[in-house]
Design a protein around this ligand. Structure first.
Ligand code: NAI
Length: 332
């Protein structure tokens, strides 16, 4: 009997890569466009494996319904697992596995892209020249060479990102409660306390996970500690930043540029076309109105290579689980 797996929040690109990767596994895959939450969890009835994405809600109520429907394994197709109530999963005996690394290059390169775009105002130049406006007023940027980059979180992605930006001749500062990364030290990085990093960096980029201890790591006080006019990049998780506090910092010029790939209220908004509806989120609407802000909708991971790796690793995780040698478990 094939293993039955339901893939929530799936789009055509998920369908394509999972179907291709499944040729080597032969599972029975069901693709579901709906977001997984306490209401939609009934759709997983009879599926041993549930495959959610980053904005699905795996709270206690969802997990209980999955458990009643016979789900044994939650195979996350993401690295982050902050959207799962782990205590409830343990209590119900549902396993949770994830894809710890797929393409750190995808995320790191996107963060670099946000920096280059914001600095040289490519988003504005694109619109301007298409409108027949070939002036340069307002497009002045700065050399990255010789400037200071602060990296918060030097795990797999932060390290790749640091090495890329060292290639531009940037000085690297790093903050991470874990051990310093040898390759970043080799690239000339200095590990410093968080306050020093914030005070001395021209660009600050977030690459740490969202944990209770990192929730609103960047709040009004942290923004005030940054260099006047500095750039802030977040490709980590939305909850790392107090979004409301960004507005005041942008209005005063304390924050000079902002690049967000993630947003704390992105659930229900990102990955969908809302262009025919009024945006109800006033904070996001205000952020989108600043010319020196770029928001991308959680697309840093979105490369061909990363999607293929996610599908292969996820299906491999399912196989390992049912073979009795689980891997990449979120808890033992
Ligand atoms: P990782 O686990 O390899 O590295 C995370 C690093 O953050 C670790 O070195 C850890 O010690 C450090 N850290 C923990 N608490 C910290 C704190 N308070 N301050 C500074 N550093 C702290 O994770 P990886 O693969 O590098 O991913 C980082 C994050 O990027 C993920 O947790 C995820 O939220 C996000 N991500 C975003 C994607 C996107 O498409 N935008 C895609 C993939 C990951």
């Amino acid at each position: 009997m094939p293993i039955h797996m339901i893939v929530f929040s799936s789009r055509q690109y998920d369908r394509d890569v999972f179907t291709a990767a499944n040729a080597a596994f032969g599972y029975s895959l069901q693709f579901q466009e709906s977001q997984l939450d306490a209401q939609t969890a009934v759709l997983a009835h009879g599926y041993a494996v549930v495959c959610p994405f980053v904005n699905d809600i795996l709270d206690e109520a969802t997990l209980e319904t999955l458990h009643e429907g016979g789900t044994q394994l939650v195979a996350l197709r993401s690295a982050g697992f902050n959207h799962v109530d782990l205590a409830a999963a343990i209590r119900l005996g549902i396993g949770v596995v994830r894809v710890p690394a797929y393409s750190p290059h995808a995320v790191a390169e996107h963060a670099a892209g946000l920096i280059l775009t914001l600095n040289r105002k490519l988003h504005r130049a694109y619109a301007r020249t298409r409108d027949g406006d070939f002036s340069l007023n307002g497009l002045l940027g700065f050399d990255l060479h010789g400037k200071t980059l602060g990296i918060i979180g030097t795990g797999v992605i932060g390290r790749v990102f640091g090495r890329i930006m060292a290639g531009f001749g940037m000085k690297l500062l790093a903050f991470d409660p874990g051990a310093p990364a040898a390759d970043l030290l080799q690239a000339g990085a200095h590990y410093v306390p968080l306050d020093t990093l914030l005070a001395e960096s021209d660009i600050v980029s977030l690459h740490c996970p969202l944990l209770p201890s990192t929730y609103h790591l960047i709040d009004a006080a942290a923004l005030a500690r940054m260099k006047h006019g500095a750039m802030l990049i977040n490709t980590g998780r939305g909850g790392l930043i107090d979004s409301q506090a960004l507005i005041g910092a942008l209005k005063s010029g304390q924050l000079g540029h902002l690049g967000l790939d993630v947003y704390e209220e992105e659930g229900g908004l990102f990955f969908e076309d809302h262009s025919n509806h009024m945006l109800q989120d006033d904070v996001l609407a205000r952020l989108l109105s600043f010319p020196n802000v770029i928001v991308t909708s959680h697309q840093a991971f979105f490369t061909r290579e990363a999607l293929g790796e996610i599908a292969n690793t996820t299906l491999g995780n399912v196989k390992a689980w049912f073979d009795g040698s689980p891997r990449y478990q979120v808890f033992p």
